[in-house]
Design a protein around this ligand. Structure first.
Ligand SMILES: NC(=O)C1=CN([C@@H]2O[C@H](COP(=O)(O)OP(=O)(O)OC[C@H]3O[C@@H](n4cnc5c(N)ncnc54)[C@H](O)[C@@H]3O)[C@@H](O)[C@H]2O)[C@H](O)CC1
Ligand SMILES: [K+]
Length: 518
């Protein structure tokens, strides 16, 4: 599903109004009715519920004023708290204000210099529900003064809070908290979800997210050519590579894994298992000679190929040994547990230079690239890199903090510059492609912060590419399934003790949720 910034939403809104001819008040009324619908569900067991609606002087406030009218009509006890100057209201918001005034819905007007007295606190304390319609996508500067104090007060009483479009105080494009923000239990976002609802820290203020259709034509949304996306549960099935009744192991690809070093055999094993668990037909593991026996012992289904070894690590000559096997493979997964050093870097350089099938590169494979970024020049095949923020920082000579301060732009710029697919792993993993498309992943949990989880992801993505999925879709689906497997593992075992191997073992069940015939 497409996701947008406030600016993009405004543009879409204007196209619907001015080019298509849908009156703005129709869109606002659709928004209002969607919010009212949610409120009725939330308050169904409370007769004559007490609702306080905080309204700003923009269109978000206009939505809130419309909601006040409908709830008043249903017999609820509604109070509007309007912050700002009613004379500055425009168009549709003014219309809803005038209607509320004619209906004499109880209202308190606070100008921006007003003092918040006990009356407001008492109203909040007595309420069954608070509606936050102070700011929506039009938030343009940090929240201060009376707005800041009101937000503190709204959050203080622990009442059920429903935010319209986006909790007031969150930047719709970056998810930044602009000084202070309403901590909602539910957010009803209008038309398309806003980026800031999915990105930290804003995402922690959203509560349950409801996406409300307000009648903007599909054509208008398509025309906007939005680049931000989330993969929603109902879309997953269309990404999963099919199983065919008449097929054999060759149908589902051969993944060539290059992983492991002395003391790091587990990384190689998990990568191979990740590939198999996501549905790969064959997995072959190229591994430094001295640790081959250990991996043969660990891995029953995997073919192992011993390659030249220097101090238990891959080296320049390892590539010559693996070259004949690359001809038979569909995709390469390289990097987990390979360690560091000049020989490892040289191995990675040769692998990237000569590969003629897609590559998925993780961990020390990425560190090798960071030492010699020129390896990424003139790529002839799709390359998927799966860095965590630290590895990402090394790729672009920035600190982890700098990467985390702006993860989406970081991904976008790197993908564009180097023509690669990037999976920036974090609590909300971001997946970018060279054309500027970005997915924010919504699955996963803190239990997945455990050694080896990344190796499993590398294997899953490679396994999906092996089954014929295009590498970007494989990166998006692989990240989603990896997170879902983690969620299933956590549901069964709890977050504290789950292991990377558990995540791997739940991958088949995670895929089965979206491909039930398997
Ligand atoms: N998605 C749609 O198609 C529809 C959205 N609707 C709603 O409209 C808002 C966006 O409305 P807009 O008027 O552009 O902005 P806001 O209401 O968010 O606020 C603007 C208002 O607030 C002032 N302001 C901004 N930041 C601050 C600040 N930090 N301190 C004080 N004042 C501030 C600004 O100057 C303006 O006066 C969208 O979110 C939806 O809720 C439509 O109702 C339906 C169609
Ligand atoms: K709001």
């Amino acid at each position: 599903m497409k996701v947008c910034s406030g600016k993009e939403m405004k543009q879409i809104d204007e196209t619907a109004i001015h080019k298509i001819g849908i009156p703005g008040i129709v869109l606002m009324e659709n928004a209002v009715l969607a919010v009212v619908n949610e409120i009725k569900k939330d308050l169904q067991n409370i007769p004559k519920a007490n609702v306080v609606i905080f309204c700003g002087q923009g269109n978000n406030g206009g939505d809130g004023l419309g909601v006040a009218r409908h709830l008043h009509n249903c017999g609820m006890d509604v109070t509007i708290i309007f912050i700002g100057d009613p004379l500055l209201l425009k168009d549709d918001a003014r219309t809803n204000y005038n209607i509320a005034e004619k209906l004499q819905i109880p209202k308190i007007i606070l100008n921006k210099d007003a003092l918040i007295d006990d009356q407001i606190a008492t109203l909040i304390e007595k309420s069954d529900l608070i509606v936050d319609a102070i700011f929506g996508t039009g938030l343009s500067k940090p929240v201060s003064g009376i707005f800041n104090d009101l937000i503190d007060l709204i959050n203080f009483y622990g009442k059920y809070i429903l935010a319209i479009d986006i909790p007031s105080g969150i930047d719709s494009e970056t998810g930044a908290i602009m000084g202070n923000a309403v901590k909602a239990h539910k957010t009803v976002t209008l038309a398309l979800p806003k980026i800031g609802l999915y990105v930290y820290p804003g995402t922690e203020y959203v509560g349950e997210l409801v996406i409300a259709d307000i009648g903007i034509p599909k054509e208008v949304i398509d025309h906007a050519q939005l680049k931000m996306n989330v993969l929603r549960e109902e879309e997953v099935n269309s990404f999963i590579p099919p199983r065919f009744p008449r097929s054999n192991k060759g149908t589902y690809g051969r993944v060539q894994v290059m992983a492991g070093s002395k003391g790091m055999t587990g990384a190689a094993a998990l990568t191979c298992q990740g590939a198999f668990r996501s549905g790969a037909g064959l997995v072959s593991l190229g591994v430094p000679e001295s640790i081959t026996d250990i991996l043969q012992e660990k891995l029953t289904e995997v073919i192992t190929v011993a390659v030249h070894d220097e101090d238990g690590k891959f080296c320049r000559e390892s590539f010559d040994d693996i070259k004949p096997y690359l001809k038979k493979a569909t995709v390469i997964a390289a990097g987990p547990g390979i360690g560091q050093g000049p020989q490892v870097t040289e191995f990675m350089r040769r692998l990237i230079k000569h590969a003629r099938i897609p590559l998925v590169i993780d961990a020390d494979g990425i560190n090798a690239i960071a030492k010699n970024i020129d390896m990424l020049r003139n790529l002839k095949v799709p390359v998927v890199l799966t860095p965590h923020p630290g590895e990402m920082g090394r790729l672009i000579n920035k600190s982890t903090e700098e990467v985390l301060a702006n993860p989406i732009d970081t991904v976008r710029e790197f993908c564009h510059k180097w023509h690669v697919i990037l999976v920036l792993k974090d609590a909300k993993t971001i997946i970018g492609d060279p054309d500027g498309q970005i997915y924010i992943n919504l699955t996963g949990n803190p239990g997945m912060s455990t050694a080896g989880a990344g190796d499993v992801l590398t294997g899953i993505i490679a396994g999906l590419i092996g089954q014929g999925l295009n590498p970007y879709k494989a990166a998006v689906l692989g990240t989603f399934i990896h997170g879902k497997a983690g969620d299933l593992a956590a549901a069964d075992l709890g977050q504290h003790g789950m292991l990377a191997g558990d995540i791997c073992n739940y991958v088949p069940k995670a895929m089965k949720l979206y491909y039930p015939s398997s």
